[in-house]
Design a protein around this ligand. Structure first.
Ligand SMILES: C[S@@+](CC[C@H](N)C(=O)[O-])C[C@H]1O[C@@H](n2cnc3c(N)ncnc32)[C@H](O)[C@@H]1O
Length: 280
């Protein structure tokens, strides 16, 4: 006989505890209207852990000294929607207005360091890689590297594999698809895989934007798109300041089209819609 267990619902108190924890660990601010969404997303994790109540699950997360359950919690709550060539104007601006400035620095050819700072499942950094590869093919002295980071280990694992279903690649122009993706056959038909030459341009790392950035060198271009909307204005201002420090003079910050730095204090100069420049 099948026995069904009734799983408790997320109470207002549970919501307060979880949203405070999520805010402290990720900067993600969950408004009260997100309670049902959190109930659904955490409910799946509760079932996977075979727990009956959200308060038991909360205790599991905060008392897990390995930090593994916190990673699982963050994987559940982060919103990861993305697509290839999302907000395409940014990529056009990059190759027409930004790359030409970064070919040569101080007489020697310095690589342009690009950071996709909330890369989700890889569509953004691989789009950057395609645009970069195209530019490199036409400008032999231009070199670039792409760092792609995210707080979610779940999406990073997908990004590192670089395998996408056909419905995900509709925005990729046919020529780029032919040049940079391998078509799956047999069990893999219906999927494409990023070719090694493109994959090599991108390094993936697990990084929480709330932490200090763990490198010393300066970035030339930062894409941090469609993540600041989940943060409070105060967190957005702190992050904008961290990006300012992290950029080389003359470097660029790209944010999502529905985001803006207008209402927060910042030191950038606006270079185009949702594109900001660190003035020398
Ligand atoms: C909606 S996706 C945006 C992906 C891509 N930048 C784009 O515009 O298509 C937001 C991403 O931000 C990540 N994220 C949320 N909070 C973060 C944090 N504190 N540090 C790093 N990444 C974070 C999420 O895991 C998610 O993959």
């Amino acid at each position: 006989m099948d026995i069904c267990f009734q799983q408790g619902r997320l109470t207002d108190d549970d919501f307060k505890k979880f949203s405070a924890l999520i805010f402290a660990k990720t900067g993600i601010h969950l408004k009260p209207e997100k309670k049902e969404l959190l109930n659904a997303r955490l409910g799946k994790r509760l079932r996977a852990c075979q727990l009956d109540s959200f308060s038991e699950y909360y205790d599991r997360v905060v008392h897990d000294s390995s930090g593994n359950e916190l990673v699982q919690l963050i994987n559940c709550v982060s919103t990861n929607f993305t697509s290839f060539f999302r907000e395409k104007g940014h990529f056009d601006f990059l190759s027409s207005s930004v790359f030409p400035q970064f070919g040569k620095k101080g007489g020697s050819t310095a690589p342009c360091k690009i950071w996709s700072a909330a890369c989700s499942s890889g569509e953004e950094p691989y789009t950057l890689a395609m645009v970069t590869a195209l530019y490199m093919a036409r400008n032999q002295s231009f070199r670039a590297s792409i760092l792609a980071t995210d707080i979610s280990t779940k999406v990073l694992a997908i990004a590192e594999k670089g395998i996408y279903s056909m419905d995900k690649i509709e925005q990729i122009p046919a020529e780029l698809l032919r040049n940079y993706f391998q078509k799956g056959v047999g069990n893999c038909s219906g999927y494409v895989k990023v070719k090694d030459e493109l994959r090599r341009l991108v390094t993936f790392r697990h990084i929480n934007l709330m932490d200090a950035f763990p490198w010393k060198e300066e970035m030339d271009v930062i894409f941090c798109r469609n993540v600041m909307i989940y943060f409070t204005r105060e967190t957005q201002a702190e992050l904008a300041e961290k990006f300012y420090h992290c950029l080389a003079p003359g470097g660029y910050l790209f944010i999502g089209h529905s985001e803006s730095l207008t209402s927060i204090g910042h030191r950038f100069q606006q270079a185009a819609t949702t594109v900001y420049k660190k003035i020398k």
